[in-house]
Ligand binder design. Structure first.
Ligand SMILES: Nc1nc2c(ncn2[C@@H]2O[C@H](COP(=O)(O)OP(=O)(O)OP(=O)(O)O)[C@@H](O)[C@H]2O)c(=O)[nH]1
Length: 312
């Protein structure tokens, strides 16, 4: 039986998974994509709106735990669609949430006999930001697990990193993923052949790193903005939130509307840094309601009220 190649992209919150996926899809448009977002509101699909690929989104929990049960049915449906018409797509790419431990996800592919007969895992890829705080390796066991399970590690955001940061992260990767293929991708730019046509690696299980991770200590809050807000005002408010909650606020992202322009604006922040916002092309389905997702380490009480007050 022909098995469909499957690729898993993991990597910590804001490490550049979606950016990489976006670029990969430009080279490999015949891909079915499954995206998992920890927050309750889907944002990443907005970044992929230019691609006309079969896209499934799992939100409101992590693929390794809360929404794990949904993966097999999606893969089964995709396979049945492919059996009916195999020109539909040539591979499946799964982007896990930034807090996922890849092991339970890989287990689904290996343990479910129906799936393992029909899908072949071709790559476990982890994106790692060159500007990630080194303390994250201690703070978040998920980061270590993602790297330890990867057969390809893609170092991202090197354009933002100082030489010492790059050296520090490379040393860490030497320890955690000594035999993984290591690539550098600025803004997701990568030779797709290295991902899609690489010889498959068989890696021994590394139980000492990853078998039992503690429960996630992350929390997410989704906020809707019913009316457009001037970008300058929103930007100031978000900067104030970032300063106020510091390292506890690990990730923010969203799609918002401003009175200045009709097109929605994509907002991205990672670890005390707000990235330049990006105008997205308009679509008929744009509803004018802004959506922001905040992911924190531990619950931040009153974040929504604080933002509303800052926007008064
Ligand atoms: N300067 C620079 N920015 C990058 C690079 N890669 C990604 N980014 C930016 O980093 C931010 C986060 O990238 P994403 O691709 O959304 O990260 P992610 O891992 O998908 O994030 P989550 O899904 O929330 O975990 C975005 O603003 C990207 O445009 C890079 O190589 N250089």
């Amino acid at each position: 039986m022909n098995r469909i190649p499957i690729y898993i992209i993991s990597g910590f919150l804001g490490s550049g998974k979606t950016r990489l996926l976006n670029r990969l899809l430009s080279h490999a448009p015949k891909s079915a994509v499954i995206i998992n977002e920890f927050g309750a509101t889907a944002i990443d699909q907005q970044l992929l709106r230019e691609h006309k690929v079969p896209l499934s989104t799992l939100v409101g929990g992590c693929l390794c735990c809360q929404v794990r049960g949904s993966l097999a049915p999606i893969l089964k449906n995709l396979r049945m669609a492919w059996d009916a018409d195999n020109s539909y797509f040539e591979r499946v790419i799964i982007e896990t949430s930034g807090v996922a431990n890849p092991e339970p996800v890989l287990d689904i592919l290996f343990m479910d006999r129906w799936l393992s007969a029909r899908y072949s895992l071709q790559g476990a890829i982890a994106t790692v930001s060159a500007i990630m705080d080194e303390q994250n390796f201690e703070r978040f066991p998920e980061v270590v697990a993602q790297i330890a399970w990867a057969d390809t590690v893609v170092l991202t955001q090197t354009d933002l990193a100082q030489a010492w940061q790059q050296k520090q992260i490379q040393t860490k990767l030497d320890q955690l993923a000594p035999i993984a293929t290591r690539l550098i991708a600025v803004q997701g730019a990568i030779d797709p052949d290295v991902i899609f046509n690489a010889t498959k690696k068989f890696r021994p299980r590394r139980n000492h790193y990853v078998s039992e991770l503690p429960q996630h200590e992350f929390s997410s809050i989704s906020i809707h903005l019913e009316t457009p807000i001037a970008w300058e005002q929103l930007h100031t408010a978000l900067m104030q939130l970032i300063t106020r909650y510091g390292q506890q606020l690990v990730r923010l992202k969203g799609v918002v509307y401003t009175p200045e322009q009709k097109q929605p604006l994509l907002v991205q922040g990672v670890a005390e840094k707000l990235y330049p916002s990006i105008r997205l092309p308009s679509r008929p389905s744009d509803d004018g309601i802004g959506r922001l997702v905040f992911i924190s380490h531990g619950e931040i009480k009153g974040l929504s009220e604080t933002l509303q007050a800052l926007l008064q």
